[in-house]
Design a binder for this molecule. Structure first.
Ligand code: 5AD
Ligand code: SF4
Length: 444
């Protein structure tokens, strides 16, 4: 039996895509290898969101090529493939600089993998590249998804029409498309039948979901959440990533009405300065963002928020940066992801004047992260002594331990029997650090 190894970079959408690729390969009779060295097929699923990804990919590929040559000396063939957003942006470079790569497929064409692997088996040599933006949906051609354990991702929307001036996604994942309601519900039911208790709905701009129902009528994310809420056996629902301007009143009401919807929302603001938000082509001001947060909190006072931030966007002054810090103090995010602005070729911001010096970006990131980490630590500390419902997702670092997530996405570990893997269990929180909690299972 042939073995495959997939290394995934980047966002949760890539994790989902890699899982779907694994299902394709397993349907073809392959099984997962424990290391690259053991693999007959090595796949990198790549991310292009910030700089250095491409260089990192080429150094990783160089290393795999050495392994390929060692294996060849032992009479073993190794097929090397690249998937994901770097392929979409750098296909020519891949063909030129890494001609030993057998195939390179963009995020929308990997459903063609079986056919491509057959082609390679017949005649290896040239790199097969496919970076189409096909008119058809890959979801109509992929084999049925399989549960990834207690918690599974489910892509409901892909691509983006927002064109934030810093972002490559509209160019790598294409225009926004939504999967039909029935297709999503069917996939969710299959996942739940396979043991999934938590589904995380994915989309680059998930809350602008507008999939068609059976009658061809476009439906919203709120509609979909209410439908998913009806699936017996599904215990937890999340969705990510949301765009502030597309948070509708209907969606806000879901956070009041749907118990299965976890009390954690990732809602990127990027900057607290209205001038910078405008230059980023965001369709919201910081005031509007704060209003949405207030409305969400009135719907569900237990909601915790996380966000993405970019510091050092072209033209960002000290005063602009201060505004970002003010927003953090107002919302008190329970988790956050913050980045130095990174020039992406082909995006409007890359050629804007007044690019910010690296030194200043670094300083601002440090100041912002100190503040964000402080709120995150305080939130985690406020969990101590509480009992939380934890979904155990994996083995802990020490024997006899499992790790999981609280409703607020906090990482947690506890001594637990491995039978509790993929189950939701009450855990009393004992200790907290910035990155994780520990606790003890509450015996009923
Ligand atoms: N530079 C820095 N951060 C970026 N992000 C997206 N593009 C860039 C860029 N060019 C960040 C945004 C986004 C997250 C996924 O990555 O904060 O929300
Ligand atoms: Fe990376 Fe964005 Fe592509 Fe995800 S969608 S893989 S984060 S570039």
């Amino acid at each position: 039996m042939k073995k495959y190894y997939i290394k995934t970079f980047g966002c949760q959408m890539n994790v989902y895509d890699s899982h779907r690729v694994a299902v394709i390969l397993e349907n073809m009779g392959m099984s997962e290898a424990s290391s690259i060295r053991q693999a007959d097929l090595v796949i990198f699923n790549t991310c292009h969101i910030r700089e250095k990804a491409t260089e990192k990919l080429f150094s990783d590929l160089g290393r795999v090529n050495l392994i390929k040559q060692e294996r060849a000396a032992e009479g073993k063939n190794t097929v090397i493939g690249v998937l994901g957003c770097v392929v979409q942006a750098e296909d020519e470079q891949i063909a030129k600089r890494a001609d030993f790569v057998d195939f390179a497929l963009g995020p929308l064409t990997y459903y063609r993998l079986p056919e491509i692997l057959q082609k390679i088996a017949r005649k290896s040599g040239q790199t097969i590249i496919d970076t189409d933006f096909p008119a058809i949906s890959k979801f109509d051609f992929l084999p049925e998804n399989k549960s990834a354990g207690g918690c599974s991702f489910l892509a409901i929307q892909e691509g983006c029409n927002n064109f934030c001036t810093y972002c490559v996604v509209p160019y790598t994942r294409g225009v926004e498309t939504s999967r039909p309601v029935e297709q999503v519900i069917e996939e969710a039911k299959k996942l739940v039948d396979g043991g999934t208790v938590e589904i995380n709905l994915l989309g680059q701009n998930v809350n602008s979901y507008h999939g068609e129902d059976k009658n061809g009528k476009e439906q919203s994310l709120a509609y979909l959440l209410r439908k998913l809420n009806e699936i017996n056996g599904l215990k937890r629902i999340r969705y990510t990533t949301s765009y502030p301007a597309d948070v509708t009143d209907d969606l806000i009401e879901c956070h009041r009405d749907i118990k299965k919807l976890m009390p954690y929302l990732h809602l990127p603001i990027q900057s607290g300065s209205d001038a910078i938000l405008k230059a980023m082509n965001r369709r919201h001001t910081s005031g509007e963002y704060l209003e949405i947060i207030d409305k969400l909190k009135s719907a569900n006072p237990y909601l915790g928020f996380s966000s993405d931030f970019i510091v050092g966007f072209p033209g960002e002054s000290d005063a602009d940066f201060e505004k970002t810090l003010e927003v953090v103090d107002k919302v008190k995010f329970i988790q956050a992801f913050s980045f130095k602005y990174s020039k992406r070729p082909g995006t409007p911001a890359a050629v804007m004047p007044n690019q910010v010096e690296e030194k200043i970006k670094k300083e601002r990131l440090q100041i912002l992260q100190d503040k964000l980490f402080d709120y995150q630590l305080k939130f985690n500390q406020s969990s101590v002594g509480k009992t939380m419902e934890v979904l155990f997702e994996g083995k802990g670092r020490h024997p006899g331990q499992l790790t999981g997530r609280t409703p607020y996405m906090q990482n947690i570990y506890a001594d637990a029997d491995k039978d509790l893997l993929n189950k939701i269990v009450s855990v009393k929180i004992g200790e907290a650090t910035m990155n994780s909690l520990s606790g003890k299972i509450v015996r009923e």
